[in-house]
Design a protein around this ligand. Structure first.
Ligand code: ADP
Ligand code: MG
Length: 401
């Protein structure tokens, strides 16, 4: 069994929908049992977000989710029509029709569960099901969406429920050593581990949504990234697999970047662990993702300094929450930043890699504001303007071409 997910560009026009339906048709003719998941047509989600955002209540409101879910309703029906045109039985399913049950806030819900019995019945009857991605319904019957890239999560969850492989069709032929839009010398990887893919996605490589990889890893769902722009069989793609299944040994697997980051600096009077604990509790309550944390003593006794980065879109909310929750702390911020990261399972063994990353960026005249490391990645906070140069320099320096 295979779940085939088509992203926004892959269903971006009547021609693209026909072509993607053709890929599904080929797989079915080869004898594969397929369920399809689709995103909204490219640009549609932004268009609807723009409309909903005009009104005072605007984004984050449950009604915005109702509007947003319409994008996938259209593309799922069009895909079903294209499959019928190609001579197959097909029908669309909306999130509420399965149902795909969600919890969490509007605009950023999680999949709590999914009833695939209707969809499986369709498959057994020879009907190709086309699930509208990105959407679900709460146990109270309210339509919800899953946040950016959420159709990847819909597909991974459906694959888990069906015991299927998850093929992600997009506008690139697999996962590359970095974003091929920035570095034309980027190479396609035949395979990448769940852990490395998770880290690349978390650090900004949007080819797969972070939570979908997390989900696939935890449920043992094999994922494959393929191009919907090639003909059937032409796309070689990338397999996202368990670490031990990868033959190629490499120190660095890829370079990722995320634009529009901001840095928050706190100067507090309390002791260090107390300030840190309170700060991160406040941000966690506000559901704001925090990254790249640095703590330092200041020259003034009893004063401590904590710095961390957040996505620019969360900055205002983070500042408001911190101002309300931390009395007597100085809070300042800097915007116009970006994050570049190198990711690789081989970094575990390389203690000198942070120094070499500094050196590579330093040679380019790029200054590093904050550095953060985990087992398999190193990230640097730099100027937004320097991001493309940094990505190319790191890509070359770590031999990824
Ligand atoms: P879809 O609409 O199909 O979900 P996305 O735009 O979300 O597609 O993801 C595909 C894009 O991800 C590519 O066009 C590419 O620019 C970008 N990308 C970023 N990093 C990588 C990478 N390491 N490998 C491949 N693509 C990447
Ligand atoms: Mg995507």
């Amino acid at each position: 069994r295979v779940v085939a997910k088509f992203g926004g560009t892959s269903v971006g026009s009547v021609e693209r929908i026909r072509h993607s339906a053709g890929l599904v048709a080929d797989a079915v003719r080869r004898g594969e049992s397929l369920a399809v998941v689709v995103s909204a047509m490219v640009g549609e989600t932004d268009r609807i977000l723009g409309l909903a955002g005009v009104f005072g209540a605007g984004l984050g409101d449950a009604e915005a989710d109702v509007a947003l879910a319409a994008g996938e309703q259209v593309s799922s029906a069009l895909m079903a029509l294209a499959l019928r045109e190609a001579g197959f039985e097909a029908r669309s399913f909306q999130g509420w029709q399965l149902p795909v049950v969600t919890d969490g806030p509007p605009g950023a819900s999680r999949i709590a569960g999914m009833d695939v019995s209707a969809l499986e019945a369709a498959m057994q009857a020879g009907v190709i099901p086309v699930l509208a991605g990105f959407q679900g319904i709460t146990s109270q019957g309210e339509i919800r969406t899953l946040g950016r890239g959420g159709t990847d999560l819909s597909a991974a969850a459906l694959a888990a429920a069906l015991g299927a492989r998850c093929d992600i069709y997009t506008d690139v032929d697999g996962v590359y050593t970095t974003d091929p839009r920035i570095e034309p010398a980027a190479r396609r990887l035949d395979a990448i581990s769940h852990d490395e893919m998770l880290e690349l996605a978390a650090q900004g490589a949007k080819v797969l949504q972070t939570r979908s990889v997390e989900f696939a890893k935890s449920r043992g769902v094999p994922m494959r990234v393929l191009s919907s722009f090639l003909e059937a069989g032409e796309s070689r793609g990338t397999d996202v697999v368990e670490t031990q299944d990868i033959a190629e040994r490499r120190i660095v697997s890829g370079v990722a970047y995320a634009r529009d980051q901001a840095r928050i600096a706190l100067l507090g009077a309390s002791n260090r662990s107390e300030l840190a604990a309170r700060t991160f509790a406040i941000l966690a309550d506000a559901e704001i993702g925090v990254d790249m944390i640095v703590q330092a003593h200041t020259r003034t006794p009893g004063r401590v300094n904590i710095e961390f980065s957040v996505a620019h879109r969360d900055l205002a909310r983070a500042q408001a929450a911190l101002e309300a929750g931390l009395s007597g702390a100085d809070i300042s911020s800097e915007t116009g930043l970006a994050k570049v990261s190198i990711v690789g399972a081989g970094l575990r063994q390389r203690a000198d890699i942070a120094r070499s990353l500094f050196a590579v960026l330093g040679e380019q005249g790029i200054s590093v504001r904050v550095l953060a490391t985990s087992e398999i990645k190193i990230s640097a906070l730099i100027d937004n303007d320097a991001v493309e140069r940094a990505v190319r320099a790191l890509h070359t320096a770590y031999g990824l071409e």
